[in-house]
Design a protein around this ligand. Structure first.
Ligand SMILES: *C/C=C(C)/C=C/C=C(C)/C=C/C1=C(C)CCCC1(C)C
Length: 245
């Protein structure tokens, strides 16, 4: 009995971070099943987009499974697992932008530019978090460098190539869908820097006294909104755009 109990991972009722790790895990898993199954019922040109949506939430679900355990066992932020997850899933979100605008003429170079910008954003963010000396200088320097990559993706989605290609598609569903995804990047993705600034030395940590435990609370909420939300927008485009091409 003792050994059995030791293997049970319990979620304390007064720990919102553990709660969101578990809820996030289940929600991502359910979303993956949904996107994967629905892939079978959308028009051919959208099938790959739905598969990528399922991969994004699927990869996240597996990471959440491990991150929840790591957090419950150590009480620490699972920084490395978190960034491994993002390094796989955020570039896949860039692939989604490419796939959705490809019928309107998007070139593969667009995809690579977005991937490079997002990987830059994540590598610099990782240095900021994982190698912190607890100082504000370190947090701000790497946070600002990371934000450059974020701004590039934001610009591309709102006014740059992605926005222009969406317009060229002439399909109101694609135009509206891409605009909604751009809103996700502007509002949903902006939750991450808030979490980042809770880390030791971060502005919200030193300025408002927010605990570094909140880093994961913000990241978990943001992940659920962005990964599942992104996928639902893609699904909506796939089921409501006009058939053909
Ligand atoms: C599914 C995971 C997603 C959509 C992750 C997105 C992550 C970001 C937009 C992170 C951005 C950051 C900054 C803009 C500055 C501070 C460091 C980061 C990495 C938290």
């Amino acid at each position: 009995m003792k050994t059995l109990l030791a293997d049970i991972v319990a979620i304390p009722v007064d720990d919102p971070i553990a709660f969101t790790f578990f809820t996030g895990y289940m929600a991502m898993l359910a979303a993956s099943v949904f996107f994967f199954v629905e892939r079978g019922s959308v028009e051919g040109k959208w099938k790959l987009s739905l598969l990528v949506s399922a991969l994004i939430t699927g990869i996240a679900a597996v990471h959440y499974f491990y991150m929840r355990d790591y957090y419950l066992a150590t009480g620490q932020n699972p920084t490395a697992l978190r960034y491994i997850d993002w390094t796989l899933t955020v570039p896949l979100m860039c692939v989604e932008f490419f796939l959705l605008t490809r019928p309107a003429g998007a070139k593969i170079g667009l995809m690579w530019k977005l991937i490079v910008a997002s990987v830059w954003m994540l590598v610099t963010g990782y240095i900021g978090e994982a190698f912190t000396d607890g100082s504000t200088g370190h947090s701000v320097l790497w946070g600002v460098l990371s934000t450059l990559g974020y701004v590039y993706v934001l610009y591309t989605a709102w006014v740059g190539e992605v926005a222009q290609l969406a317009k060229q598609s002439g399909d109101p569903v694609v135009i509206r869908g891409i605009r909604t995804l751009a809103w996700f990047v502007l509002v949903g993705w902006a939750i991450y820097p808030i979490g980042y600034m809770c880390m030791p030395g971060g502005w919200l940590n030193t300025g408002l006294g927010w605990s570094s435990a909140n880093v994961d609370l913000f990241y978990n909420i943001a992940d659920a909104i962005n990964k599942i939300g992104f996928g639902l927008v893609v699904y909506n485009i796939a089921v409501s755009s006009k058939p053909g091409k």
